[in-house]
Design a protein around this ligand. Structure first.
Ligand SMILES: NC(=O)c1ccc[n+]([C@@H]2O[C@H](COP(=O)([O-])OP(=O)(O)OC[C@H]3O[C@@H](n4cnc5c(N)ncnc54)[C@H](OP(=O)(O)O)[C@@H]3O)[C@@H](O)[C@H]2O)c1
Length: 387
């Protein structure tokens, strides 16, 4: 029995993880779950999986849940402290990091410091503090497994290969729902239009990141830290069908790809069963049905945030944390209809321009950059014309 903790259990990745776990009742036991405020969803999961420990970030939601669960054998913790405690659950063998955004940084580090094997979907902490996370993982002798479909593809392709033989990795990007929109058309799309991803069903934040291509920008930084590669060895290609999940070019010019239908349950099953593979009943990829696979260079004039993310990666220090925080603030403001789609880029660029980059020696340096960028981002959001 592998004992599993899921941070962000009520979200899209959390739900897909539980879907796989449910299929293998004799292999996995859920021992801990967390969420922000979805107490009813968490209650439903507790009744199904009987974890010993759960936590809700929101105190009031936790109080509501405790009242309803008084004799269940599940302890309900609350606040950031509660989530950190679940992340380092004494019984856990594997922690699935699937909170959205910077809120997942301290829980992911907490799991690593408790010497847990960690599978990361939550890319933002790697963007903000990849060096610190990898340093902590090395100090604690812990492995990090990728869940993101592109990084899972690279991880699978690199299995058994020597790092020095990598010429470059090629991350594929669907281009999102606005790929064929002109700059003018994109300016004022509604959250509903920007959320309508053609291939993947995901939470709202990553869906908007896919529409701006910032998701790919975050992923190149994620790839740097997961695979120890410089920016110049990380390429991006637009592949609207989302069938090739990513590729590696080796020094002998072989290019090896991982393919599959766009369904996060495949990379999730891979980390749950790692280092083995297990049969799961999902539809098979039929290439004759797909017919055509196409590839394009990303248009960085139409999607400037990809170029911005490369610059932040190359600049290093606090820049990736500032990029991430400004993006989180701008995406939240867009989803709440406080700024237009076009202003997401503006808020991020202005915040980065106002920032004096610092080196990030400690976690506090990262947290301070994050705090500063949120205030600065909010200032630009306030000055933006109301949409
Ligand atoms: N969805 C995908 O297909 C996909 C693919 C690759 C990578 N990822 C990455 O995986 C992460 C999760 O994405 P998602 O799409 O699953 O997001 P999501 O559906 O929005 O779910 C987020 C989860 O995190 C919890 N949460 C949100 N804010 C929190 C906070 N401040 N403190 C504690 N918990 C918090 C939510 O709880 P509540 O339900 O209570 O709000 C929920 O359980 C993201 O970093 C994303 O980039 C996602």
């Amino acid at each position: 029995m592998k004992k599993i903790v899921i941070l962000g259990a009520t979200g899209s990745i959390g739900t897909s993880t539980l879907d796989i776990i449910r299929r293998f009742p004799d292999q996995f036991q859920v021992v801990g779950l967390t969420a922000k405020s979805s107490d009813e969803k968490l209650e439903f999961l507790i009744k199904q999986f009987h974890p010993s420990l759960v936590a809700l970030q929101d105190e009031r939601s936790a109080t509501n849940l405790r009242k309803r669960l008084s004799h269940s054998g599940t302890e309900v913790l609350s606040g950031e402290k509660g989530i950190l405690e679940v992340a380092r659950h004494s019984e856990a063998d594997l922690v699935i990091s699937a909170i959205v955004g910077a809120a997942g940084l301290l829980p992911t580090l907490s799991a690593i410091q408790a010497k847990k094997l960690v599978a990361i979907a939550n890319k933002e902490p790697l963007v903000m503090a990849g060096e610190i996370i990898q340093r902590e993982a090395a100090l604690n002798g812990v492995s990090i497994l990728p869940i993101d479909s592109e990084h899972s593809a690279i991880f699978q392709v690199l299995n058994g290969e020597e790092h020095r033989t990598i010429k470059k990795i090629i991350l594929t990007a669907s281009g999102g729902p606005l790929l064929r929109f002109s700059k003018e058309m994109k300016e004022n799309v509604s959250p509903e239009e920007a959320l309508a991803h053609p291939n993947w069903e995901m939470g709202p934040k990553i869906s908007i990141d896919s529409a701006t291509l910032m998701n790919k920008g975050l992923e190149i930084i994620e790839a740097k830290w997961l695979f120890d590669l410089p920016a110049k060895k990380i390429d991006v290609v637009i592949h609207p069908q989302s069938i090739i999940h990513s590729m590696v070019e080796f020094v002998d010019r072989s290019v090896v790809a991982q393919l599959g239908l766009p369904d996060m349950r495949t990379p999730i099953s891979y980390v749950l069963h790692y280092p083995h593979r297990a049969a799961i009943s999902l539809p098979s990829l039929d290439l004759t049905e797909v017919g055509t696979l196409t590839f394009e260079k990303p248009d960085t004039d139409a999607f400037p945030l990809l170029k911005t993310a490369y610059a932040a990666l190359e600049g290093g220090g606090t820049l990736p944390a500032v990029l991430n925080a400004a993006n989180e603030e701008a995406v939240t403001a867009f989803l709440e209809k406080r700024i237009s789609f076009g202003m997401i880029n503006h808020v991020i660029q202005q915040t980065l321009e106002a920032h004096i980059p610092q080196v990030t020696k400690t976690l506090d340096d990262v947290l301070e950059a994050d705090r500063w960028a949120r205030l600065e981002g909010k200032r630009w959001i306030k000055q933006s014309p109301v949409c």
